[in-house]
Design a protein around this ligand. Structure first.
Ligand SMILES: [Fe+2]
Length: 201
């Protein structure tokens, strides 16, 4: 069989266990709230992650300038602003402009924790009761959070990301890391290769 010739510049695919065995891979985000980054795409400004919230955890009120989709893997949760509950197996679509506050509590079923896959585009803008912005998250802030947490697992030279060098091509760095899987995710940061450069062979 003739092997398929991939286009030049294509980044390595990612095929990993979404829920990690290593607890340290979960990045703390807020009290009783963690995220587990899966894809941090600086080309599209989007990211995929698991969100884990344990009971009485709150993901502060926020607005999405763009759309979000989610799939509940474990547990149940709700938004204070709506009367529905997202349960295990639920699909959720959050339209652009939606404002909500995510909670895991007795009213959502009393589960001790929920884990949901979210695909987020653009940003999450945190707002106060008057709807005024108080902070934001985007793919770059998620990378910074991931890097900060990753530094607890291994030392990742700043230059390996800033220069857009594919981290996967630095074997000694990967070998020295206790979580090569996390490095492979950070390598997606390197996908911001200019199109013209990507097609030069
Ligand atoms: Fe949201």
């Amino acid at each position: 069989m003739t092997p398929i010739r991939q286009l030049p510049g294509i980044q390595p695919e990612i095929a990993i266990a979404a829920i990690p065995d290593d607890e340290r891979v979960w990045v703390p985000q807020a009290p009783k709230v963690w995220f587990r980054p899966l894809l941090l795409n600086t080309v599209t400004g989007s990211w995929c992650n698991l969100l884990r919230v344990r009971q009485s955890g709150v993901l502060s009120r926020h607005i999405h300038p763009s759309w979000v989709t989610g799939y509940v893997i474990r547990g149940a949760w709700r938004y204070l602003e709506h009367d529905w509950v997202a349960r295990e197996g639920s699909f959720v679509y959050e339209p652009p402009g939606e404002i909500h506050t995510l909670v895991v509590d007795e009213a959502s079923g009393g589960d001790t924790e929920m884990i949901t896959f979210f695909n987020i585009h653009g940003a999450m803008v945190y707002v106060d009761e008057a709807g005024q912005p108080t902070g934001y998250e985007d793919v770059f802030s998620k990378i910074d959070e991931d890097k900060a947490e990753n530094h607890k697992l291994c030392t990742l030279p700043e230059s390996s990301i800033a220069t857009q060098t594919c981290i996967a091509a630095v074997p000694d760095l990967v070998a020295n890391c206790r979580s090569a899987e996390m490095i492979s995710r950070l390598a997606v940061r390197a996908s911001a290769i200019p199109v013209t450069e990507a097609f030069e062979t």
